[in-house]
Design a binder for this molecule. Structure first.
Ligand code: ADP
Ligand code: MG
Length: 255
């Protein structure tokens, strides 16, 4: 099987008036079709920078990023990007917010609209379609943002700490929801998080980055031996703690 995404020897520094900040140093990893990858690393090590490179918002100074063998470019319609803030527009209803991406791309086809209906029902938002974002809980807002992203049917989903604004309880539920949604759709995804438990509970492999400039310190495949894997089930699996300790130690090696 060929990888969907290849990150090869990528380096990037930020150049500002106060000097040069090396952010990424010789980063390499692959993402296989249908795979869920988590990226963990210390705060400020370059995780968001890496996602910005993958979606083509930034260009690597060295190395290459290929999707199906072709270099990624800015505005790649095959990649969906979900951020920590949901960026829902308060002056639009939830339904209008969910349609936004399709509207911008002039893709409001009957087929896409019925896909949105399906998701609104499946994720418990159909009764809130006329509500404003501020009337919804944090978890519901994040689900609305996810539907907006998935409506574009991206081949790869990038998630940059999408749950970190939520309280712990909500966070568990929403990550469980999103984990289920993505695994049902066999959607390949890259989740950036600073939460080790979240990474283990959701990912097929965890890429551990070092402190800035980030290098790939280690890649840990996760196998919890579960048939029906959900984030909540993963957290209760016997192997969970072993992975947690392994990744914890790895992250603190250079602290
Ligand atoms: P993370 O997401 O892991 O917290 P970032 O990728 O946001 O880290 O940032 C990595 C480093 O690059 C940080 O030290 C940050 O201050 C710096 N940085 C990020 N964006 C810029 C920018 N636009 N200009 C200059 N430095 C930046
Ligand atoms: Mg970040």
């Amino acid at each position: 099987m060929k990888p969907l995404l290849e990150v090869k020897d990528v380096c990037l520094s930020y150049h500002t008036l106060s000097g040069e900040t090396p952010a990424l140093s010789h980063i390499s990893f692959d993402l296989m079709p249908g795979e869920f990858l988590a990226i963990v690393g210390p705060s400020g090590c370059g995780k968001s920078t890496l996602l910005n490179l993958i979606c083509g918002l930034l260009t690597a100074e060295q190395g290459s990023i290929l999707m199906d063998g072709v270099p990624v470019t800015r505005g790649n319609a095959r990649i969906g990007y979900m951020l920590q803030k949901d960026y829902l527009l308060e002056w639009r209803s939830i339904y209008k917010n969910v349609l936004l991406g399709l509207e911008i791309r002039h893709e409001l086809t009957p087929e896409k609209l019925s896909y949105i209906e399906e998701m609104l029902t499946a994720y418990g938002l159909d009764k809130f379609r006329n509500a404003r974002p501020s009337q919804l809980s944090g978890g519901m807002r994040q689900r609305a943002a996810l539907i907006r992203t998935l409506a574009l049917k991206p081949d790869l989903l990038l998630l940059d700490e999408p749950f970190s604004a939520l309280d712990y309880q909500t966070r568990l539920h929403v990550s469980d929801d999103i984990g289920r949604i993505l695994s049902k759709a066999h959607k390949p995804a890259i989740l950036v998080t600073h939460d080790i438990s979240e990474a283990i509970s959701m990912a097929d492999r965890v890429v551990i980055l070092s402190r800035r400039p980030a290098t790939v310190q280690r890649i840990v495949p996760i196998d919890l031996g579960l048939t029906a894997r959900t984030p909540l089930a993963s957290r209760n699996a016997p192997g969970f703690k072993t992975y947690f300790n392994l990744i914890w130690k790895e992250l603190n090696k250079n602290a």
